[in-house]
Ligand binder design. Sequence first.
Ligand code: 4UV
Length: 544
Amino acid sequence: RRLNAWGQDGTIKSPYKNIEIPNCTLYEYIWQNLDKWPERTVSVCATTGRGYTYEQAFKLSNTFAAGLRKKFKLRDGDTVAVMLPNIPDFPLVALGILEAGGVISTINPVYTPHEIQRQLLLSEAKAVVTICETVDTVKEAIKLAKLNIPIIAVKTNGESVPQDIVSFHELTEDVHIDKSCLKEVRRSIDDICFLPYSSGTTGLPKGVQLSSKNLIANCEQINEPFIRCHNDTTATHQDAVMTVLPLFHIYGASVLMFHKMSQGIKLVTVAKFQPETFLDALEKYKTNVLFVAPPLVIMMATHPASSPKKFQYLETIVNGAAPLSETDAERFFTKSERKLDFRQGYGLTETSPVVALTPRGMDNYGCVGYPIPSTNLKIVNSEMKTLGANEKGELLVKGPQVMRGYKDNAVADKETFTEDGWFRTGDLAIADHTGVITISDRLKELIKVKGFQVPPAELEAVLREHPDVSEAAVIGVPHPRKGESPKAFVVLKSNSNTSAKEISEFVEKKVAPYKKINDIMFIDSIPKSSAGKILRRILKEKYC
Ligand code: 4UV
């Protein structure tokens, strides 16, 4: 169906019917249909088969919520940090925190203590939930942050929880707990309930304040019949969604966990990605919907263990988080020997996340379709003048999914929103004559490695901590498998005789593996604007 999304005023309006947002909290929204599918599986581990039904998850997370309030004195609006891989317990942890009136702040489980402590401090976390394997890393982070907050550990494989740590399972199975404390919880649709971190258009990661309204809106928006990527759960059918994208990232948390739970769908969770296990699980669990980022499509198109048999139950594949080339999509179809319903979504942490999504049957793998319901877009030039069809400029968004603002950061809010309330994505886009959007480049400094955020400012700060480094600048350079990888430009202090390898190892100790810098170039000075801002564009033009 070819639609026209152009408005008279030069904005690109969603061509779909507007949504209505039910007046409830995200917690109430997710469980509102529980009685339609209590016996259905909500989550199951792709490797061990360990999992929960919707009813079990509801009951266990309810006991956990009571434990959070009673034993840890959690109050309305308090943040609980969640540092977990994709385990079947993830939805229980998340829904328990929501029920207890808390705010979930997710942390990448491969983060180093250095990275974790920053988020614990900024988010004002009152507790951390993690797996036994990473308890020591979290302990170190808490020590670095000079905090005194409890750790709750989830067992993944029968291991024992360290003595000084509270077991998540003991909390969920505490049959004697008095749950009357949950009656005190007062949360409304406008309260913040999710606090992921994103660097936005510039600088260090900031807390993205998402309310129940933002997240419920996004769930309702992607239910629109022309763009929805799932089938109804009925007495005889339940979709199985391969949950390989991380649940700590907005794409996984919102699109895979919150939305799919509200639809009674089964999450097949992959905790440690291994191509063979992942491909086997696709077949074993009859996964019919798969959400991916480009490196996964490339893997599925090229891996020796990949075959049409593995993809036999797949109906829909949705790509997002980074641009996918048409060639890679076509290479995958050659491998699957079947053309699947292939979609591309575009979104950001700050927009809960989905902004645009291709409708079913749109055979244009390079574009991201039209704005989703109740969403208006605008493409502007550097003077903020609205551009027309086929003109490239920065993409701006207005819609109920746009965040309330960054936590404690009015300066960043001012840079991110225009005076008349448009959210600046920092992405360059083009709209064709019908309003179909193609993301063409990134204006902002953010680097995306395999779809993960790598903020240059964060790596520059780490580089400057090295005793021999005087100045540093980091940019993203194209990488065939990862999409992009970071490249650093370093000015050494005089008389220093350190090597690129030594600096690279120094950075490696402080950051998650995907942020590692292998490419370091020594230069004499970093180009800067008169205001002292690093001119990354000049570095790109000169050295790349
Ligand atoms: O903040 P973030 O890490 O957020 C994301 C969200 C990805 C989503 C969300 C919903 C979907 O349905 C979906 O398919 C994907 O990644 O990073 C935001 C930045 O990632 C780039 C762009 O630069 C954003 O500002 N990005 C996200 N999706 C795409 C993309 C895309 N399809 N094509 C190109 N760049």
